[in-house]
Write a protein that binds this ligand. Sequence first.
Ligand code: RIB
Length: 289
Amino acid sequence: MITVVGSYNVDLEVKVDRFPSPSETVFSRELLVLHGGKGSNQAVSASRLEGRVQLVAAVGDDDYGTKAISFLESENVGTRYVRVKRARTGTAIVVVDREGENMIIVDRGANALLEPADLGDSLEYTDVLLTQLEVSEEVVKKALIECVDCIRILNPAPAILRDVNLLRHADVVTPNEVEAKQLTSASTVVDAANSLLRLVRYAVVVTLGESGALVVTRRGTSKVPTLRVRAVDTTGAGDVFNSALAVMLDKGHDLEEAVKFANLAAAVSTTTVGALGPRMEEIEEYVRS
Ligand code: RIB
């Protein structure tokens, strides 16, 4: 069983020709209201890749919260530990430009109210724990410490961390290039990854977008390339990468194989709009075409 501990957001996604500069107003070409949040994206995407998944999260006692739970259920994600808080559901303003690049601002809402006690006994039958930093560090820390017999993946996104020692409780840490540099004072991605490896138990996997991923363990460093695609929306590509990694590690694949497949799933996800990943058959179809 894969347990994802993380956020749910409603994504208000606007498409622009280019990002505005400070004090500038630009028009949007389209507005979409989508399911998002790194935790929910990772849980749904892992389920679409045939993982058995549950989500520990918090939504608000509003319409968005009710719709979030129905959506997760329709995607076969276990919702027993999705708590309803007296708050607004988390919301993300996602701006996507013509190249498919994005900028995101998150209003955490109910996500900020998820407490360590909300984990309940969710970790009891967990084989892989996948977590990020859109919920409180206390919750993430408790989950990582309590999940003793599982593979613990920490996706440090956003890279806003009060205590970097949190990484010591993770087996695999998966920042993107910007996050890896933000978490260290390193100026190159290789230096950043090596500096993070000093804290992490097993591996640092840095996602590099269209350049694939950098895998750094104490046995060495390797670059795993990815498929070239025509991206229309890169939102959530990191979430899809993490979900595929969790599914593959849960199935017993080694890290390199897991990263190869995670690269592929993430690349395919950027060819469609939104933050959610493709189903297994959609990946197979894409590779065949
Ligand atoms: O990683 C993409 C996600 O980041 C979006 O869905 C948005 O909700 C923010 O959490």
